[in-house]
Design a protein around this ligand. Structure first.
Ligand SMILES: Cc1cc2nc3c(=O)[nH]c(=O)nc-3n(C[C@H](O)[C@H](O)[C@H](O)COP(=O)(O)OP(=O)(O)OC[C@H]3O[C@@H](n4cnc5c(N)ncnc54)[C@H](O)[C@@H]3O)c2cc1C
Length: 142
């Protein structure tokens, strides 16, 4: 993909230097994004992950979902698609979190219950999802 055609150079440099426009930030300093994940006040700059003001828990797997939508929209913009053709991100209301407690145990919070001990530990604590991340990137873990 030709990223330069999708992103206005001047705006890109403004963002990459960390000079976010004040009107793109909410009162807590989060990037305000629209339903297409574009930063408020910009047509071709996207905000995803923890820094965004998407109304849902800050989770890595959700940041990956944002990335999929943003990359689709960047590709569409690069092809000259109109705004109404862009993909809409629907925030989740049912997120979950697992925090490791050492190598074997963990505590997990699901939408309707929480659980601590070896069972959630079996899900995450072995390799902290590193293997899954490598697999997702098409790489072979050592
Ligand atoms: C203890 C803990 C456990 C977690 N467990 C899970 C889990 O099990 N599952 C899950 O889905 N999520 C989990 N999360 C949440 C997950 O880590 C975050 O939601 C995810 O990392 C957000 O990704 P991001 O790319 O938005 O931000 P980050 O991963 O924070 O990446 C931002 C990057 O930008 C860099 N950066 C910052 N400022 C600048 C700058 N000025 N210039 C250049 N680079 C900069 C930072 O160094 C960092 O590398 C956990 C979080 C914590 C703290």
């Amino acid at each position: 993909m030709n990223w330069k055609s999708a992103v206005d150079r001047e705006e890109y440099h403004e963002i990459s230097r960390g000079y976010h426009r004040k009107d793109s930030l909410d009162t807590q300093g989060r990037l305000m994004v629209d339903s297409n994940l574009r930063v408020k006040g910009h047509n071709n700059i996207f905000g995803i992950g923890d820094i965004s003001d998407i109304p849902e828990p800050k989770q890595g797997y959700l940041a990956q979902s944002h990335a999929k939508i943003a990359s689709k929209n960047i590709a569409l913009l690069a092809k000259g698609a109109k705004d109404e053709k862009l993909v809409i991100y629907k925030p989740t209301t049912k997120a979950f979190a697992i925090i490791s407690l050492g190598r074997k145990k963990a505590v997990a919070q699901f939408p309707y219950f929480s659980i601590a001990g070896r069972v959630p530990g079996m899900i995450k604590s072995g390799d902290l999802f590193v293997g899954n991340m490598w697999k997702g990137l098409g790489l072979q873990p050592n």
